[in-house]
Design a protein around this ligand. Sequence first.
Ligand code: ADP
Ligand code: MG
Length: 304
Amino acid sequence: MLKVENISFGYTKSKVLDHIDFVLEKGENLAIIGESGSGKSTLLKLIYGEYDLKEGHIYWNGKEILGPKYNLVIGYDFMKSVTQEFDLMPFTTVEENIGKFLSNFFPEEKQKRTNELIKVVELEAYAKIKVKNLSGGQKQRVAIARALAKEPEILLLDEPFSHIDNFKKQSLRRSIFNYLKEKKITCIVATHDKNDVLGFADEMIVLHNSKIIAKDKPQQLYNNPKLPLIASFFGEFNIIEPIGIVYAHQLKIVEHSDLKAVVKQSYFNGNSWLIEADFNSRSIFVELVSEIKKDSIIYLKIEN
Ligand code: ADP
Ligand code: MG
C-alpha cells in the first residue's frame, strides 16, 4: 500500500502541493489529472523520492520514502518511474536497452523476459534497432518496457502516451494497463487524456490550486462532475441553471421546450457532430448524430 500522508511541497516559497493526502492499494491504478502546472509531475517526483518534503510523509508498505537529503542514490528498487525525459542509451538496440538491468547469468531467461516486454509495448519489429533511430513515441515505449523489466511493485508514469500517435495509442494502452493489472503492479499515471483514465483507472485524483479537489472512481466523477474543471476533462459541457453541469451529449432536440437556441455552427466529430448554438446570448453545445443548418431554431431537453 502506498500512503501519501499530508504532504506539502514547493520549489520556492510558494506551495506547488498543499496537504496532499491519499492511499493506494497494491495493484490499483490511480490517475492524477489537473491542468498543466497543477503539480502532477511534482507529485510523482516526490513519491519517487526525488525531492525532500517540506511537510508530511510517504510510505510504501510501511517503509518511508525519503528524498536526497537522506538517500545517496535517488529511488528505490521496488519503484520505477517513466518521466518525460526517457533517459535511454541511444547507441544500443531496443532489446539491449530493455534488458540492461536484467541479470546476464541466465541469458535464456533474460531473452525471454526481454521478448515478453517488447511484446507488451508492441515493438517486436524494432528489437534490433538502435534507440537513436526511433521516433519519440517509440522511445517512450522502450522507456516503459525498461521500467517494467525488473517487475517493480509500483510504477509511476508521467503522461506515458503523450508522444504516441493515435494509430497505436488505443491498443498500447490496453496492452500496458492489462499487463500491470495481471502482474498486480501498482500504478500512478499523470495525464491530461481522459482515454488514459476512463477504461483503466480504479481511482482518480484531480489537482487544482495545489490541492486535491476531487478523488473518486472515474465513473463517479464523470457522472457527477460537481465542478466545471472536472467536467472539462471529460468533454464538452454547458452550465444550465438550475441544473448545473450538463454534457453536450445530454442535450436532445425536441419539438418544443423552454430551451430555445439558434444554431451557429456544426463541427464534425467522427461518430457525432458538435453543434454550437446561441442560447440567451451565450453559446450552448449539443452533441448530435447529424449537422444542423446555421440559423436553424432548435428546442432542447436535458436527458440523463
Ligand atoms: P504538471 O506536471 O501538472 O504540469 P509540474 O509539477 O510540472 O506540473 O509543475 C508544477 C509547478 O511547479 C509549476 O508552476 C512549475 O512551473 C513549477 N516547477 C516544476 N518543476 C520545477 C523546478 N524544477 N523548479 C522550479 N519550479 C518548478
Ligand atoms: Mg507534468
